[in-house]
Write a new protein. Structure first.
Length: 487
């Protein structure tokens, strides 16, 4: 008797096809800055509101869904399994994207899933896209990742004037599509972290583009692939340097877009407007930034943060490169919320065995990292789930948006318990105060939620404080940001 097919995200699956191969030296050192792993999306980044009153979910994986979304997902799972349909794990992880695109119509969403499954089977049937085979086309600088926006989304720059004349002559839209597919596969593998950052921004530069260089049919072919098979990935389209002669065609192109896609479209009057959304070193000079015009486009010319809008101080010379090496391919795919699993299982990010040294250089810990803002309200973690708390040792599993404050007692003869419950909440920048000191008088740990930062004084607490990430050398009064992590 044949066994049931393996499952992922509530769907029966077939083994994942390899879609991308890159030489190690061709993966940009800052494809995944450490800030992405630490990032907590705000509610408006998880479900983005539009000016017309509509909204769209942007973060789908490793995060709790709304009740109505969960019910529709379960209906989609039931329908697919009733038809004995099987998908790649990566397609199953896109299920809620298909539901969103279909306005929660289960039958339409299932058809979209099947279409993407078939497209991926056909497109990659002869093997993955090899970066070496695309070096010449990537070298034109038609499409390339140049940096990240203020909310850490990768930024794809598209420059239509750089498409070779021969491509127009031979109608080689397939080469442009292959470049875009390569970029999307690269992004999902190396640049995103499910539950934290799952989208990109696109800057389309139309400077110098003439009517003869724009084909509505070619745009339609590109749209079909990018919109249908990479659904819900674009957060915002910025259109720069729109020539007057393209205004009519732009209207025709806009008619291809859904109402939600039109809400994402921003036609810039001045490229300086991008400074509201980007650090200057994340943009080239002709796009309002401070970076000289790029001449080499692959490996993608990505730089470290900071990523604050308008930042003019350049990249951080101390930033840790190679953070993408910490995550597994499965982690890059992500998982949909399963109400039958624990919160910890749903939030878990898969790390490679050698991830710990990489993350330690970033001031992070494998066990400390969670994939959702929901982690801040998760249940307490006991010492047996992390490590023994004997002799003031620090448990290794904590929510990373909390301060762990340890009442260290070097001469204590009994074990220190670890209760990690948010018994005290503080407003951003406020003092823990007497109530916290009273709690700290207990034999144990207490974790305090903080919006921005906590100010604590060790003067009234014997032994001071110890949090391996930030509290090694306590002072009379110490202020630390909420990115403090236990190692």
């Amino acid at each position: 008797m044949s066994g049931r097919a393996p499952c992922a995200n509530g769907f029966q699956t077939v083994p994942e096809l390899e879609t991308l191969t890159c030489k190690d030296e061709n993966v940009s050192a800052f494809s995944l800055p450490s800030e992405v792993i630490m990032f907590e999306p705000s509610p408006s980044l998880v479900v983005a509101p539009f000016d017309n009153g509509d909204c769209e979910r942007k973060i789908h994986c490793n995060i709790k869904l709304q009740v109505a979304e969960q019910e529709k997902l379960m209906a989609l799972q039931r329908e697919a399994n009733a038809q004995s349909l099987k998908f790649f794990p990566s397609v199953t992880a896109m299920a809620t994207r298909f539901l969103s695109h279909s306005r929660m119509d289960v039958k339409k969403a299932l058809k979209s899933m099947q279409a993407t499954q078939e497209w991926r089977q056909n497109y990659f049937k002869d093997g993955p896209i090899d970066d070496v085979s695309l070096l010449e086309d990537l070298g034109h600088g038609i499409v390339y990742f140049s940096g990240r926006d203020v909310e850490l989304r990768p930024t794809l720059v598209v420059r239509g004037t750089r498409i070779p004349a021969q491509w127009y002559k031979e109608k080689r839209v397939d080469r442009l599509i292959r470049l875009l597919v390569f970029c999307m596969e690269y992004m999902t593998r190396y640049m995103l972290v499910p539950g934290r950052v799952e989208n990109l921004s696109v800057i389309v530069d139309l400077k110098g583009l003439g009517l003869s260089q724009v084909s509505v049919s070619a745009l339609s072919d590109v749209y079909k692939v990018m919109s249908h098979h990479y659904s819900g990935r674009v957060f915002r389209f910025y259109v720069a340097n729109m020539p007057t002669c393209l205004s009519m065609i732009a209207g025709m192109a806009k008619s291809l877009l859904t109402d939600r896609q039109r809400q994402k479209l921003v036609v810039l009057r001045d490229v300086q407007e991008l400074r509201k959304h980007f650090a200057l070193h994340q943009l080239e000079e002709d796009l309002g930034g401070s970076r000289p015009a790029l001449t080499q486009f692959y490996p993608f010319p990505l730089q470290a943060g900071p990523f604050e809008a308008g930042w003019a101080g350049g990249p951080d010379a101390t930033a840790v490169p190679g953070v993408h090496l910490a995550l597994t391919a499965g982690a890059a795919i992500g998982r949909l919320w399963d109400p039958d699993k624990t919160e910890e299982d749903n939030l878990c990010i898969e790390f490679n065995p050698d991830a710990e040294p990489i993350l330690e250089r970033c001031g992070l810990s494998v066990r400390a990292i969670r994939s959702s803002p929901a982690a801040s309200s998760s249940a307490a973690v006991s010492p047996k789930e992390g490590q023994d708390a004997k002799d003031g040792a620090l448990p290794r599993k904590i929510s990373f948006d909390r301060f762990c404050i340890l009442k260290s007692a070097p001469c204590a003869s009994k074990e220190t318990s670890a209760c990690l419950t948010p018994e005290v909440s503080t407003e951003g920048g406020s003092s823990v105060g007497a109530e916290a000191n009273e709690l700290l008088g207990k034999d144990g740990w207490d974790a305090f939620d903080a919006v921005t930062e906590i100010e604590v004084s060790d003067a009234s607490v014997p032994g001071g404080f110890a949090c391996l990430a930030c509290w090694r050398a306590p002072s009379k009064t110490t202020t630390r940001p909420t990115t403090c992590l236990s190692l």
